[in-house]
Design a protein around this ligand. Structure first.
Ligand code: 5GP
Length: 225
């Protein structure tokens, strides 16, 4: 990570310190032992960022990975918060050094998950969430078979087209490329452990939180707590 500065990525989750120094908060989705990784995928425009943002509000203890990308920032996006915006040369170096847990090219830009902060969060017992596209989800599945893969689905194809074209942040060609990708992603829904329809952001976020809390309860049962 020397080229991007490891502190930028290390600080990305806003984590205050080792889990052992913090009191568990009742109802939070934390576990004492190594946590499980949850991957949230789904076509562009399905509302992944909104759902994950709401989940973050519901339980700030969950670790949310901040990806690196070669895509230029959209208006309002903050370096280090939404993404770490890097150039292709730095991205290639990170891939070569094995610093990315997974990485993919998506409609002409590169995206990847910095490995170290995710592994640290899991080792500390914090559930961790990646919000990534399909190729990355498949790489995580291969590298970490116990990861849970969640696909966020639109209520209908028409609804997805409406959301993507209505966003107004992209050129027509980029919207079309994203729609083509969306079709491919939805066709892979059967590969996912859980399929969640995002008809309502708050409801989808609560369902995701229930999944993470289910892990917590299971852990308590297994450890006799
Ligand atoms: P956007 O450009 O709209 O922010 O993201 C495009 C796609 O890349 C989305 O589906 C998003 O979930 C995905 N993405 C974001 N970060 C990563 C990452 O680190 N790895 C992979 N494989 N996909 C990512």
């Amino acid at each position: 990570m020397s080229d991007t500065g490891s502190d930028r990525v290390t600080g990305a989750g806003g984590h205050a310190g080792p889990a052992s120094h913090r009191e568990p908060v009742p109802g939070q989705a934390r576990r004492g032992a190594r946590s499980r990784l949850t991957v949230v995928s789904g076509p562009s425009g399905v509302g992944k960022s909104s759902v994950v943002g709401e989940l973050r509000r519901l339980d700030p203890d969950i670790y949310f990975s901040v990806s690196v990308t070669t895509r230029p920032p959209r208006p309002g996006e903050v370096d280090g918060a939404h993404y770490h915006f890097i150039d292709r040369a730095v991205f290639d170096k990170m891939v070569a050094a094995g610093e990315l847990l997974e990485h993919a090219e998506f409609t002409g830009n590169c995206y990847g998950t910095p490995r170290e902060p995710v592994e640290r969060a899991l080792a500390e017992g914090r559930p961790a969430i990646l919000e990534i596209e399909l190729q990355g989800a498949r790489q995580v599945r291969a590298a970490m078979p116990d990861a849970r893969l969640v696909m966020l689905m639109p209520p209908s194809w028409e609804e997805l087209v409406g959301r993507l074209t209505g966003r107004g942040t992209e050129e027509q060609a980029a919207v079309e490329a994203r729609l083509a990708e969306a079709e491919r992603e939805l066709a892979a829904a059967g590969e996912f452990d859980v399929r969640l329809v995002n008809a309502d952001v708050g409801e989808a976020a609560r369902q995701l939180l229930d999944l993470l809390r289910g892990d917590h309860r299971l852990h308590e049962q297994n450890s006799g707590a």
